[in-house]
Design a protein around this ligand. Structure first.
Ligand SMILES: Cc1cc2nc3c(=O)[nH]c(=O)nc-3n(C[C@H](O)[C@H](O)[C@H](O)COP(=O)(O)OP(=O)(O)OC[C@H]3O[C@@H](n4cnc5c(N)ncnc54)[C@H](O)[C@@H]3O)c2cc1C
Length: 379
């Protein structure tokens, strides 16, 4: 059962008593990295997770969710389901000093150890039911459309185009993907880009490279006509902007941690994943400047290293800083699904497309494995 959060400020005497124990771990961000860390540490420390959503979501399932929401309901998991001994604050962090995190609900949460896991900016609804409703609405928009425009040819845009074409067939909808770069999937090598382009074109998806579409700041679901930077006119019954989200570090810029935020918004961490020269602030996941591809399974590895380090520090105190575990950046394997059977995979030694890599990132998109990691039934 989730314990109710007892709000504490620096002056708060209950807070001060807990502070003496020195085991308050505040984790900001309940995505892939923060959620796993909270789950792993909850029986070893007084853990508080701060997240604006009441749930954790497996991000790599949310494109399938737009064509088959029922199949991925189990990827939107209430924090309460896996946090049996931690507190959850449903709010965004808005600021931080060397002992408390400020939140959008106007309260401060005191910490002895802080872990920043805010990944990328996120405008998801607070309630799980509303998130599932969003998937359903997307499904209905796509099902009713004869033409679909996808803006952005990174993994999100490519996976979405593939999901739609495989769900509805190559002939039933006119799909146009517009990408500002000269090749798709820039996070991967040029062989993967070429293979993905060939696959999409073989399924009748129109791919326009080196062009952009100005969708404008205002979301207008009724808009039907779009002009590309190359002067082409695209008529589409619905459109999706898949240009990726910026790193969610804006809330740190004017704080004592701001000096560790680089020009790309990432937090500088040392080999133990501590931020800058601090001794009790760690960062994990996509927000870090670890020199490797930003992948969820690597974010999970960050979480496990920090879990081990925090357990050492919680048990042994300051002296343990010398014994902290190191995180070694990896060359990531990247898998982009192309519907339910195919994928394009870039492994350290080769690039593959088709059913074989489709079996690596299996039909269930690693959902069962991720749920098991969170201590949940696979289904
Ligand atoms: C379509 C798609 C497919 C992908 N496929 C794969 C794959 O197959 N394999 C793989 O390994 N990776 C994949 N990735 C990448 C992977 O999803 C990310 O690397 C991973 O989600 C990063 O985890 P994170 O916890 O660092 O950040 P996020 O998942 O971005 O989570 C950040 C959390 O912080 C919260 N937050 C943000 N701001 C605040 C704030 N101010 N206060 C409190 N909370 C805040 C958010 O609500 C969110 O819960 C994919 C990504 C996408 C989009």
């Amino acid at each position: 059962m989730i314990r109710h959060l007892s709000w504490c400020s620096n002056e708060d005497s209950a807070g001060a008593a807990a502070r003496a124990a020195g085991d308050r771990v505040v984790i900001v961000g309940g995505g892939i990295a923060g959620a796993l860390l909270a789950k792993t540490l909850q029986n070893h420390a007084d853990v508080v997770l701060i997240d604006p959503k009441e749930y954790f979501e497996i991000p790599w399932a949310n494109l399938r969710a737009k064509v088959d929401p029922a199949a991925v309901e189990r990827t939107v998991i209430p924090h309460a389901d896996y946090l049996t001994h931690a507190k959850v604050v449903t709010a965004a962090a808005t600021g931080v000093d060397d002992s408390v995190v400020l939140t959008s609900v106007g309260r401060a949460v005191a910490y002895d150890f802080l872990v920043i896991a805010t990944g990328r900016t996120c405008t998801r609804p607070q309630r799980r039911a509303d998130r599932l409703e969003m998937f359903q609405q997307d499904k209905e928009r796509i099902a009713a459309a004869q033409s679909v425009l996808i803006v952005g040819g990174g993994p999100i845009g490519v996976e979405l185009a593939a999901e739609i074409v495989m769900e509805y067939g190559a002939e039933s909808k006119r799909i146009t993907l517009v990408h500002g770069g000269d090749r798709l999937l820039k996070v991967m090598g040029s062989r993967a880009s070429a293979k993905a382009l060939e696959w999409l074109r073989s399924k009748n998806v129109t791919v326009l490279l080196d062009q952009t579409v100005d969708i404008g700041g205002v979301v207008d679901a009724d808009r039907r006509e779009f002009t590309t930077s190359g002067g082409e006119t695209i008529v589409a019954d619905c459109h999706f902007v898949c240009t990726g989200r910026p790193v969610a570090s804006g809330w740190l810029r004017d704080t004592f941690l701001g000096e560790h935020v680089d020009a790309d918004g990432r937090l500088a961490v040392d080999e133990h994943l501590r931020v800058g020269r601090t001794r009790n602030v760690f960062a994990i996941g996509d927000i870090t400047d670890v020199p490797e591809a930003k992948q969820g399974y690597l974010a999970q590895r960050h979480a496990m290293v920090v879990a081990r380090n925090l357990r050492l520090l919680l048990k042994g105190g300051e002296g343990e800083h010398k014994r902290l575990h190191r995180y070694k950046p990896s060359k990531a394997a990247i898998h982009v699904t192309l519907g339910r059977r195919d994928a394009v995979s870039e492994l350290p030694f080769m690039t593959l497309i088709g059913h074989i890599p489709g079996a690596i990132k299996p039909r269930d998109l690693f959902i069962s494995r991720t749920r098991r990691m969170m201590g949940l039934r696979w289904n």
